[in-house]
Design a protein around this ligand. Structure first.
Ligand code: GDP
Ligand code: MG
Length: 370
């Protein structure tokens, strides 16, 4: 039967999930964001929002459902995906660079140098950690707004000489809204005026109670400059990941999220994809947002060609017909005609959406002109 999740329905209509839930409540349907509703109900909701409904492709309606059918016995441990957030100049970029150099798998080569928007490191214990290398709230918020939950853990960077600032508070709010656990990296402790204890106290006002104050949030003193505390921070991440028991089925068609996408001379449209389930391989046909493609080549975070990428692995994908947007879903489908059908359908939705937005703008302009 045709079904869709509330989230996916909201995404298709470019409406907030909360608004869709409210609309369902009015119809007497109590639903959560991840709930599956049938096509008839979805159609009613869509009409409520003033959308014309065209049930073109059963395949497309079910696209959003891929991945919910994994059996528990097919799940395998996967490594955590980590995002670094914090106030400007508190050291997000410096910390990501320092961590990249701490990768043991790169050996004497001196760390991962290739830049594809995300990278995976191996820590001395053999554990792996994936870092999304696009720090900043915009990327995080934008992706979340598009229904993509990319991150398992947020590293909140707070400069020990500066303390909690406006964007620190914002980051805390985002992490909380996404229900993602936070690890605090109290950075710049090499500075003479560093006061890491003050940071811990200030965090209390934002309901973050660190472990040494009786809470359950790990706070690690670090210096991205001297690399002090870096190993402890990586251990803290591994520990948090263990608690989360992260798992995915690697043996299925891949699904994931576009982290970034651009057109490159001589390479065409290139997307960095974070694989969340399954394994993507060269030759696979896929949909990414309203674009589709066939994987011509995969390039890993070291700039090396790769045959495949599994759960929690960031990978550069070549072979797109167009350029998708950060936060778009990435789904491997069975053949080219289905990929085209879904991409066409989504393109049409986008056009309709922008046409409606344009019309609305005109009315508003008319009103304000009176
Ligand atoms: P971002 O805006 O959060 O990405 O911050 P950056 O990584 O660009 O760092 C801002 C400034 O702080 C730069 O001048 C860095 O060199 C400096 N910085 C970052 N981490 C440290 C640190 O641990 N100690 C010291 N002393 N300076 C740091
Ligand atoms: Mg930066």
């Amino acid at each position: 039967p045709e079904t869709i999740t509330v989230q996916e329905l909201a995404n298709r209509m470019a409406e907030r999930g909360g608004e869709v839930i409210k609309s369902l409540m009015k119809m007497g349907v109590m639903a959560t964001i991840n709930q599956i509703i049938d096509a008839d109900t979805a159609e009613l909701v869509a009409q409520e929002f003033g959308h014309k409904v065209r049930r073109v492709a059963e395949s497309d309606v079910e696209l959003g459902m891929l991945g919910t059918d994994d059996k528990v016995e097919d799940l395998r441990p996967r490594c955590p995906v980590v995002t670094v957030m914090g106030h400007v100049d508190h050291g997000k970029t410096s910390l990501l660079d320092a961590i990249r150099q701490a990768d043991v798998a790169s050996g004497e080569a001196g760390g991962i140098t290739q830049h594809i928007g995300a990278y995976q490191i191996e820590v001395p214990s053999g554990d792996k950690i994936t870092f999304i290398d696009t720090p900043g709230h915009e990327a995080f918020t934008e992706m979340r707004a598009r229904g993509a939950n990319v991150t398992d853990i947020v590293i909140l960077v707070v400069a020990a000489d500066d303390g909690i600032m406006a964007q620190t508070v914002e980051a805390i709010r985002h992490a909380r809204a996404a229900k993602v656990p936070v690890i605090v990296a109290v950075n710049k402790i090499d500075k003479p005026d560093a006061d890491p204890q003050r940071v811990r106290t200030e965090l209390l006002q934002h309901e973050i109670v660190v472990e040494d104050m009786g809470g359950d949030v790990q706070a690690i003193d670090v210096s991205a400059l001297t690399k002090q505390g870096l190993d402890t921070l990586l251990e803290a991440i591994a520990l948090q990941a263990e608690v989360l028991e992260l798992k995915a089925n690697p043996d299925r068609a891949a699904t994931g999220v576009v982290i970034e996408a651009k057109v490159e001379r001589g390479r065409g449209s290139v997307a960095t994809v974070l694989v969340q389930r399954g394994t993507v391989r060269t030759g696979d046909v896929f949909v990414a947002g309203a674009e589709w493609g066939r994987v011509r080549a995969l390039v890993n975070d070291r700039g090396e060609p790769s045959e495949s990428a599994g759960p929690s692995e960031p990978i550069e994908v070549l072979g797109l017909q167009g350029t998708p947007t950060a936060g778009d879903d990435f789904v491997v489908v069975e053949n080219e005609s289905r990929a085209r059908e879904i991409a066409d359908y989504r393109q049409r939705l986008l056009r309709e959406k922008s046409a409606t937005a344009g019309a609305r703008g005109t009315v508003e302009q008319m009103l304000s002109a009176i």
